[in-house]
Design a protein around this ligand. Structure first.
Ligand SMILES: O=C(O)c1ccc[n+]([C@@H]2O[C@H](COP(=O)([O-])O)[C@@H](O)[C@H]2O)c1
Ligand SMILES: Cc1cc2nc[nH]c2cc1C
Length: 340
């Protein structure tokens, strides 16, 4: 699926042109849900999830036969400022681990029958330190958006995007602060394990980035370019592609949601095709999900990234769809309906 955009403006236009869910399929699924052999509402949020998938798949009896997980990787100039507990080489080393099948996300992909691919984005060329200049040029951010767009397979029926990028919790915090406002200190956390001094450094770096790029804060795609990272742009490109293609998406943790937030702020309704798979232990994630009006499916204390929380939530969506599409109706099973 080759991307139809070559600039941030044409990316925004492609996203804005996306259609909505198929209301006939959604209404059909709601009617079917009401006829299934269970007390009304007894499957709770699973019922809403199945109807939501039906709308985006355009099928009142949806299936999840081809879930896809894509892990984007990128490196960050701000790592030189001591914002992570791990050295930046770990990003490329983990890409090797993903390719060899040794990471958590490999095991989760296999567990839920999802295909998994990893997309390293110029790891040997970290983004520019955003405290001294824009993280990326327009050509660089568009290239990463296109890599994400093109990575979505044609037959995908449920998409998870994840990331690997030492330093990227500081990037996500900068995006959160830029797009939602508030004190930089409230957006930063321990990430992959920094101490109190590291958390304080992260807050200073975010504050410096906001001051340096004050002139672009009103434009979400320029915020992505100036304060973001390649793996976040890759995720944003893939989520946007899914929106245009009508593929439902499960969002992962803090970094994935920050990338998604950019789309929501750039084009209203851009995340109508997305649910929140989980809430991360990184405290600011919950605030971001609240702002997006998304209630996470899981709260397991995860703070790994890689798409791991969303991958576990694939199982929940599969369960919802299996019940919806596989259950008998009261009539088919000759079960008496509610008497009063
Ligand atoms: O997904 C999350 O909510 C999450 C929370 C904390 C850390 N991470 C992962 O840890 C890395 C970033 O942590 P850090 O401390 O280097 O900014 C990056 O590879 C993320 O995938 C991910
Ligand atoms: C080892 C390691 C694995 C990861 N997976 C996602 N982010 C990560 C960060 C680190 C440090």
């Amino acid at each position: 699926m080759t991307a139809a955009f070559t600039s941030l403006d044409s990316f925004r236009a492609a996203l804005a042109a996306a259609g909505g869910a198929d209301t006939a399929a959604r209404d059909g699924a709601a009617a079917r849900n009401g006829a299934l052999t269970k007390p009304p509402g007894a499957l709770g949020r699973l019922e809403d999830l199945a109807i939501w998938v039906a709308g985006w798949q355009g099928n009142a009896r949806p299936v999840i036969a081809a879930p896809q997980i894509i892990v984007f990787a990128g490196n960050h100039g701000i790592c030189a400022q001591g914002v992570s507990a791990f050295p930046p080489e770990v990003t490329a080393q983990m890409v090797g681990n993903f390719s060899a099948g040794g990471a958590a996300i490999n095991q989760l992909a296999r567990t839920y029958g999802a295909t998994m691919s990893v997309v390293p984005l110029e790891l040997e060329t970290p983004t520019h330190d955003f405290t001294t200049g824009p993280a990326m040029s327009e050509a660089e951010v568009v290239s990463a958006l296109r890599a994400g767009w093109d990575a979505v397979a044609r037959d995908t029926d449920l998409l998870v995007v994840g990331e690997m990028g030492i330093g990227n919790t500081t990037v996500a915090a900068a995006l959160g602060a830029a797009l939602m406002g508030g004190d930089p200190a409230d957006w930063v956390g321990r990430g992959s394990g920094v101490d109190d001094a590291g958390v304080a450094r992260k807050a200073q770096v975010v504050a410096a980035g906001l001051a340096r790029h004050a002139d672009v804060l009103a434009d979400p795609l320029q915020v992505l370019r100036c304060l973001g990272g390649r793996e976040l742009a890759g995720m944003a490109g893939a989520i946007a592609r899914a929106r245009v293609a009508g593929i439902p998406v499960v969002l992962d943790g803090f970094i994935c949601t920050a990338a998604a937030l950019v789309l929501d702020r750039a084009v209203s309704g851009a995340l109508d095709h997305a649910v929140a798979g989980h809430v991360s232990a990184e405290a600011a994630h919950g605030r971001m999900l609240d702002a997006l009006g998304k209630t996470p499916l899981l709260d397991l204390g995860l703070r790994l990234g890689e798409g791991s929380g969303a991958a576990v939530a694939i199982g929940i969506v599969q369960a919802a769809v299996a019940c919806h599409s596989g259950m008998a109706t009261f009539e088919e099973a000759a079960v008496a309906g509610k008497s009063a």
